[in-house]
Design a protein around this ligand. Structure first.
Ligand code: FA5
Length: 344
């Protein structure tokens, strides 16, 4: 029996030496070590162990294990050699086609707010407005005081403010403080700028109101600017943005920094309960506050109201986008729901 095992080892190892392919190796493995379903030569030899005497069995069993280990380790070495050789051959024969196009990478896209913002900016640029940047973190002075709202002025309550730990410094509640910055920088030039950016309000979040959103401020200062210019600009903006079918309206309003003041609404409709909520039961969605720049604000910017006049507006970007894309809840913008974002 020991001789038989030794012979089996010799045969297996010498047969292994001549093997050069994976298929040959599989056949060799089946022959000597067996498969899941069939027995190999070693198993057959081991099955004879039971026929041996008690004295012979330990030595033969030990030798049988040694033979198995020696065959297995030789197999491992050979398998590695064949794998490497086959890979080299595949590379040589061009099995990897380096000219095939790669797997496409997932592409990001612009957030719907950014898309709307850029579209709106383009329209205003066509109307002759230039983009002016002003900071998100503002002084109380620019955000309120120089816009005709001294400390304790009741109109400050129109904007629930995020204060910073630095006294007198706030997150801007609207883009209007940028008006002061442009005027002070550009005086005595006429002005026609827009100031796009994020604004922040400590406000109840609802289907129509968020606590952070974009606005586009507009400011036009000249010698003869009238309310008709403001109205024409708003109407032309709406026509270019939504098409001539879109109904808009101007409503009298109040802002401390404009006189007279108006608000601009776009027609939304009122068929569902949600329409009623979004439009506060009117069927119209407010997108913009505006008016003629208050003489005191002109003066704070360095422009003499006896010689200069101007209009200003502050347009909500997400509100404008809601109408444009038919989004009936402003909370979608920042909820990071891919089902929403991927539609844009
Ligand atoms: C203002 O912020 C003024 N600064 C606008 C202005 C500028 C008036 C220049 C006169 C001259 P108001 O708070 O109404 O006004 O906001 C302007 C627009 O921002 C609104 O018409 C609306 O479109 C949008 N808006 C206001 N509050 C929210 C909110 N919580 N969530 C989303 N959009 C809002």
């Amino acid at each position: 029996m020991l001789d038989q095992l030794n012979q089996l080892e010799r045969d297996a190892l010498s047969a292994l030496e001549h093997i050069t392919t994976g298929a040959e190796l599989t056949a060799w493995q089946a022959r000597y070590l067996g498969t899941k379903r069939t027995k190999g030569a070693l198993d057959q030899a081991l099955s004879l162990l039971g026929t041996l005497s008690k004295e012979e069995r330990p030595a033969v069993g030990k030798r049988a294990n040694e033979v198995k280990q020696s065959i297995l380790s030789a197999l491992e070495v050979k398998a590695a050699v064949i794998k490497e050789a086959e890979m080299q051959a595949a590379m040589k024969s061009g099995a990897i086609d380096v000219t095939l196009p790669g797997a496409p990478a997932m592409r990001g896209r612009l957030h719907p707010s950014t898309q709307a913002l850029r579209r709106m900016i383009r329209v205003f640029e066509q109307l002759g407005f230039e983009v002016y940047r002003s900071p998100d973190v503002e002084t109380d002075e620019n955000n309120f005081e120089l816009l005709n709202m001294p400390p304790e002025h009741p109109a400050r309550d129109m904007w629930d403010t995020f204060h910073t730990t630095t006294p007198g410094v706030v997150l801007r509640t609207h883009t209007s403080p940028g008006q002061i910055r442009v005027m002070r920088e550009r005086y005595p030039e006429p002005i026609r700028v827009i100031l796009p950016g994020m604004v922040y309000r400590y406000e109840q979040v609802t289907a129509r109101s968020e606590m952070q959103f974009h606005q586009i401020e507009g400011l036009a200062i000249g010698r003869n600017i009238t309310l008709a210019d403001l109205k024409g600009t708003m109407a032309e903006f709406a026509r270019r943005m939504y098409g001539s079918q879109q109904k808009i309206r101007f409503r009298c309003s109040y802002f401390p920094f404009t006189e007279p003041s108006v608000e601009v609404d776009v027609y939304w409709g009122m068929e569902t309960e949600r329409d009623r909520m979004i439009t506060k039961g009117t069927g119209w969605l407010e997108i913009c506050g505006a008016g003629m720049v208050h003489p005191r604000v002109l003066r704070n910017g360095g422009y003499d109201p006896a010689e200069w006049s101007g209009f200003a507006f502050g347009m909500g970007v997400e509100r404008t986008a809601m109408r444009l894309y038919g989004i009936n809840d402003i909370r979608y913008f920042w909820s990071n729901d891919l089902r929403f974002l991927e539609q844009f």
